[in-house]
Write a new protein. Structure first.
Lengths: 187, 123
């Protein structure tokens, strides 16, 4: 049976309507999918500026090689504390590290304690820091380093306490704590 | 190779850090005449420390009077704290350093580390 002109026209109109409907559906689908992506735009801001970060990379522990000595030396059963300085601008900071000269907490002590210690560069993240130790200055129990390069520098702080003022008196039993002071001073 | 070694060392030890910015804060006029102020920010990456004592000093480390919302600031682990420091205009020329020093807990063990960071005031 042959199609009439009207039937052809009706078919063409309905085909166009289906096409437009499909296009609108796809557009709506796109909007629905695209919207959560817009909502997920969360800004993250950051500012780079000169700064110094002091890190305790390894807390120290006193070992007791004999009754009258406490020492952080590994050979004496201790752990040497490691302090890390991170700086982001060269020549902007000076590091000052002081080893302990007193217990922050301890059992009651009736005799004197003789303190010794040292501060040394343990590791560096840049060859520009190679001379830090030789260029450092020391006074009393403090060693001072001018941080002339950017990056991380690790410092080892040794500490020894001997009880009895040279007469090798045994430390009373208990827990002993001492404090290393690490400072980062802007130049 | 060296960078890999540094990264390895950073990952090998849990680091606890203390940071204060800016390194060279600027004193500005506050809303009160005769009083200058500057703004700083502390970042606490030390698990063993929650409190930091603030101080203002001259070039010879003599204390300078100052006012801040905190004399001892509470900063949680991985927390940031922005704070203002107010100094009299008469003291501004002498004021050189603004410092924050960690306050250690009594129950900490072993050899402890007191960290102190000082920013230098920009005149």
């Amino acid at each position: 049976m042959k199609e009439t002109k009207f039937e052809k026209f009706a078919f063409a109109v309905s085909a166009t309507a289906v096409t437009i409907g499909a296009a609108l559906f796809l557009y709506a689908l796109f909007l629905i999918i695209a919207k959560p992506a817009q909502a997920a735009e969360i800004p993250i801001e950051g500012t780079v500026q000169s700064q110094c970060l002091i890190n305790t990379d390894k807390p120290g522990v006193y070992g007791s090689p004999n009754a009258y000595t406490l020492s952080t030396a590994p050979a004496d059963g201790g752990v040497i504390p490691i302090v890390r300085y991170d700086v982001t601008l060269a020549d902007a900071y000076t590091a000052r590290i002081t080893y302990p000269t007193d217990f922050s907490s301890s059992p009651s002590l009736s005799d004197s304690v003789t303190w010794t210690g040292s501060v040394a560069v343990d590791q560096v993240s840049s060859v520009d820091m190679a001379d830090y130790q030789t260029d450092s200055t020391t006074y009393d129990q403090t060693r001072e380093y001018v941080l002339t390069a950017t990056g991380a520098t690790w410092f080892a702080v040794s500490s020894t306490a001997a009880y009895g003022g040279g007469s090798n008196k045994a430390f009373p039993g208990g827990t002993y704590r001492a404090v290393v002071v690490a400072e980062c001073i802007a130049n | 190779m060296h960078r890999e070694l540094v990264l390895l060392l950073l990952l090998a030890f849990p680091a606890y850090g203390h940071q204060m910015i800016p390194s060279h804060p600027v004193l500005k006029q506050s809303h009160v005449s005769g009083i200058l102020k500057t703004e700083l920010e502390l970042f606490n990456k030390r698990k063993d420390v929650e409190y930091y004592e603030l101080g203002v000093f001259d070039a010879d480390w003599n204390p300078i009077p100052f006012v801040s919302a905190y004399r001892v600031a509470h900063v949680r682990y991985l927390g940031h704290l922005k704070f203002d420091v107010y100094i009299r205009k008469d003291d501004a020329d002498r004021a050189t350093y603004v410092c924050s020093q960690s306050k250690l807990r009594g129950d900490s063990t072993g050899t402890l580390l007191a960290s102190r960071i000082c920013s230098k005031l920009h005149h």
